[in-house]
Structures are given as structure tokens and as C-alpha cells.
Write a protein that binds this ligand. Sequence first.
Ligand code: SF4
Ligand code: SF4
Length: 676
Amino acid sequence: MGVENVVFAIVFIAALAVFARRVYLLLAMVLLGQKESRLDRLKDRLESLAIYGFGQRRVVETPFGINHVILFWGFIVLQLLVNIEFIVSAVFPSFSFDFVGPTVYGLMMTSADATSAIVLVVAIIAIVRRAAFRPWYIEAKPSAYVILILVVLLMVGTLGIHGTSASMGLHRSAHLPVSRLFAASIHAFARNIPPSLFLRAFWWLHALVLVGFVCYIPYSKHLHLLTALINCFFRRLSFPNTLTRLTFKKGCVFGVSSVIQLTWKDLCDFLSCTECGRCAAMCPATVTGKALNPMEVILEGKANLEANGMEILRQRSFNSLEKADESLQVKLPLAGASGKGQITPEAVWDCTTCGACVEKCPVFIEQFPKLLKVRRHLVMEKVVFPPELITLFENVEQRSNPYGIAPAERDKWAARLDVVPLPWDGSAEYLLFAGCVPSLNPRMRSVLAAIVEILKMGGISFGILGRDEPCCGDPLRRTGNEYIFDRIARDNVERFRAANVRKIITFCPHCYNSLKNDYPAFGARFEVFHHTQMISAILGRGRSYPDMAKERVVVHDACYLGRYNGIYEEPRRIIEVATGSRAIEMRRTRRESFCCGAGGGRLWMHESRGTRISTERTRQALAEHASIIATSCPYCLIMFEDGLKDEGAQGEVRAMDVSELALAALRMPKNSRRSD
Ligand code: SF4
Ligand code: SF4
């Protein structure tokens, strides 16, 4: 062992110590979070790790993602084929993997040769893309360049060492075409420099960059090399379509005001962000110029964790790996106006809870659920929220609907129809849960009428609650007023149980989601169906109604139906059967659908910053040159009708619920149908 080897050994051990200390502190910070079990369904978790962690399935969903996959896998392959051998032989020069035999070793080295060249090329492409073709949603941070430049230098070192040593007859493998070519080109430029000097230079370049990597990674965004895999394993295995039920007891704190009140998984999310910006590119608030950017939410959360976490850890013994006391006062609250290590209230309230960020994140970070936890704190602890919400809260609490309209008005839509058993007496198979917006908004009442008529045509036995129907509470839950939601949900579950309700049909996806996914935690034991599921079954497959084929129908997926509950096919089937043509898809459709702007309580709030989300989505629909924009949600319908007004397109294009299309088709005389 020579002096160089000893120096390398000391420097490398010091680098490992820096790495280990930082990783330990990060682990200690994550474990400050509150407990949450994520160890169920181990088989699914291992699959998730394989498919999304190592397989990078979500990364390749975007065109440039393949570059990242090559970089990721190239990096892993080179650790195994090159760097382990390099590090061990840097300390013990006689070490080599050639004990595996000349054929296998030759294969290993040739693979390393090709991989190094490929990684070098993709790293250069990534640098050029960032410098010259950077998408708007990626920030130009120096740290991204640092890591890419380190990768380039590492590859230069690898190719240089292999090529030069091969040309000097020192390498144990002769199968290194790229490295030989690389070294020959370099030597051609500097003929006076002896190859042995080149070899030392490449060797030290490689050694120092490797050391730099080990020290830099846990301090940079490339920490995600480790945490992204952890996140893919511990991810939520289904879409976060509900929230945790709270316990209302004296002394309890509600919502999240400080980073340590989040769970350990929330904190792990903060450390896993790759800063790819996919969530921002998907977010309707970011795209339309609001204060909210989900990537920034995560990065500010990380900064907040670093600031508060280090402070807490300094006051503890070094070997303490325990959760923090939830009531501990931290230096920097999570929500605050500074925006530095804080999530601004504007960002908290801009969120429509559409879920596009969660659906798109390659490492399964849960962005909007954190915002909802902060909303709970702002509403229930601080009583600080947009003033429009006071009216919403009072109306729902006092009149059981967001409009504050007298409950006596609630069943008027049904009285005019004279078709529905009123009120519910428990004898029907289904309860048609009309919902507040459909019952009280004149335009939505006509959709309800269409749904009722189709259900009647389909021979469905159903009833309604009439003026006794309550609000489902979704707008309160999604705006953080869990206290009132809790009472509503408990009362409703009791009411449904007393009325022997076993199956519920809803028009509104927000009611659907709340009854189906929120209510079970309150003891609900009933099945919930969306009207598109019922109507799709009634229309049946294979029938078509050609008189409507002249219509060009573009479909919009409601977030609470599609992303929240996976219902994508039924609305499309209804459109196809009713019109005889397939629905036109917008550029952003299905899982990538763009929100209408009304979810998460936003229907009841002013939208003063940037372009209106409904206008943006309407523009996207109008770009498809359709005559009808079809949706399956009263909120979306309201927003599209507003959007069409904003765009001056009401005369040419109509916004309709898919049930209205179905009814128009069903009402046609049988002989005008193509087949029946
Ligand atoms: S849920 Fe929707 S609006 Fe909220 S942060 Fe995510 S993408 Fe943006
Ligand atoms: S939160 Fe997820 S999608 Fe958003 S920038 Fe980070 S890794 Fe990318």
C-alpha cells in the first residue's frame, strides 16, 4: 500500500463519516414525525418498489423521463461494475474482480465501458436540456448542474482510467473499445504528456469526484437516490380520497401547525422530492398563475423540517430516534406569510384538491393532503380562512346546505317531477341522494330530472329524502372544518341506518366520494353508486342512437370521479352509446385531467389571482372544436357554463351532463335508432 492509497483511504473514510452522520440526522429528523403504519400489504409494497422505484414507471410517462431512467440504471450498474473495484483497489492495489475468470470479467468490463459512454452522453443531454430547453416548471437551480457535472467528470475519469491503462497494457481486460478510443483522442491532443501522468490524473479525478459524490448527495436534492426508493415502498397504496377522522377531546390539537405534527411519512416526502416539477406542470392553480406550486410546498416543507428538526435534535442526545412531542413549540411554524421555509396561506387555500399532483409524482409524494392538514389547523385552531367560507360554514351548519336556502326548497325539484316516492319510506332498493347543489341550483335541477327519468325507464326502485336530505359535508371537510363535518357525518350515518338505507345513488361526485370513502370511518355500511354507473348499465352496450351522431362531444373527467374513484369508462360509454360516436378526448384527460376549479371548497371561494381555472379548462375543451362539453359533475357543469360565458361561446357550445345526452337518446322514437 503506497502513500496515495493511504491518502485515499483516509479521505474516503472521512467522506463516509460525513455521509453517515448526515443520513443519521436526516433519519432522526424524519422520525420526529408522528406515528403512522405503512407496513400493511408487504407484497404490494415490494411490487411498488420494483415497478415504480427501480422500474421508474411514472418517470417514463414523460418523454424526457427515459433519460433519467438511463442515468439511474447506468449509475447503479457502474457502482457494481466499476466503483466497488475502484474503491477497494484504491486501498489494496492488488484487488480486482478478475477472480471471476477472464470471460466474465471481460464481459463486465465491456459492459462498464459501454455504460460509461451512455451515461456520459445522457448526462450531457440533461445539462444541455436544462441550459437551453428547460421546461417552465423546472427551476434553474445550480445544484442540478453540480450533480450532472459530477456525473460527467466521473465518467470521464472511468473512461480515462480504463482507456489509458489498456493502452499501456496495464488493464486486465482487453475489451474496452470506447475507453481506448476516448483515451487515444485525449492523448492525441497532448502528445508530450506521458500516459502514466494521464493515468494518475484520471485516477485522482475519479477518486475525488467519488468522494465529492459521497459527501454531496445527502445534502442535495439527489438525496432522492435513497429516499425515492423508500417512498415508493411506503407509499399510500390507493389514492388519498379520504382524510383521517379526528378525535375531539379536551386538550387535543387539530390539524397541523408545525412540521413535527406531520407523520414520519409526510417528512420522508419532504426529503424525497426530485424537483422534477411534474406536479407543478399538472397543478391547475400553478398553471393559471396562483400562489400555489405543489413542488414549492414540498421544498418549503423540507426547509422547515431542516430548520426546526436540527434545532430539536440539538436539544436531544445524539442517539435519540424518537418522535417529537406534538405540542412542542417550534421556531418556524409551517404555515406563514414569509414563504421561506413556510407554506403561505394563499397556497393553502388555492388548492382545489384535484389530486393531479399526487397522481403524477414519480415518487408518490402526497402534496395536497398536507395542505388539508394545514387547513384544519387554520380553521379549527386559528379561525383564519377566506371570509367567503364563513358564509359556507354558517349556511351548512344552520340550513344544511351551502347556499343557506330554506330546507323547504330542497324537494321542489322532485315535486314537479311527480315520479319519485317522496319521502323515503325505506321500501325502495336505492336512495337517490340528490345533493345540495343539484337540489338547489336551477340548472342542476334539470339534470336531476333527467337522471330520475332514466332511472324510471330502467325500472330502478328508488326514493329520495326530500326536504329531510342533509348536506353530505364534503365542502366542510375539504376546507378544514372537520368539527362540523364530524357531526354531519355521524348524524347522516345514523339517519341512513334508521331509514334502512343500503344502496345510494348520487349525482355529485363529491357526495359520492364523501359517502363512499369518508363515511365508513363514521360507521357507514352501505353501497354507493354514481349516476354514470347506473345509467351506463341501463343504456346497455352496443346500442346507439344515430340522430345525435352529428354532435361532437368532448369529455371532461371530474376529479372526484376519475382520480378519486377510478370511474373513467362509464361517462365515455354513455357518450358513445348515446351519440353513436366515441367521446373526443382533451389533451389532458383521464388521470391527467385538468380540474374545473371547483373542488376543495373552491366553488365557494373567490378566485382573484391569475386566469380562472374554469376559463383555462373551457379553453382546452374549445380547442377540440366540440359542440358539447360533457361531464358528470354538477360542480364541473357550473364551472363550464361560467367558462363558456367568459369565452363568449355559449351560443355555439353547450355544457351538458352525460345523463342529459343519455335521456335525449332514450327519448328518441325507436325507429330512429340505429339499433336497439
Ligand atoms: S391537488 Fe390539484 S390544485 Fe391542489 S396542489 Fe395538487 S394539483 Fe394543485
Ligand atoms: S413533489 Fe413529486 S412531482 Fe413534484 S417536483 Fe417533487 S418529485 Fe416531482
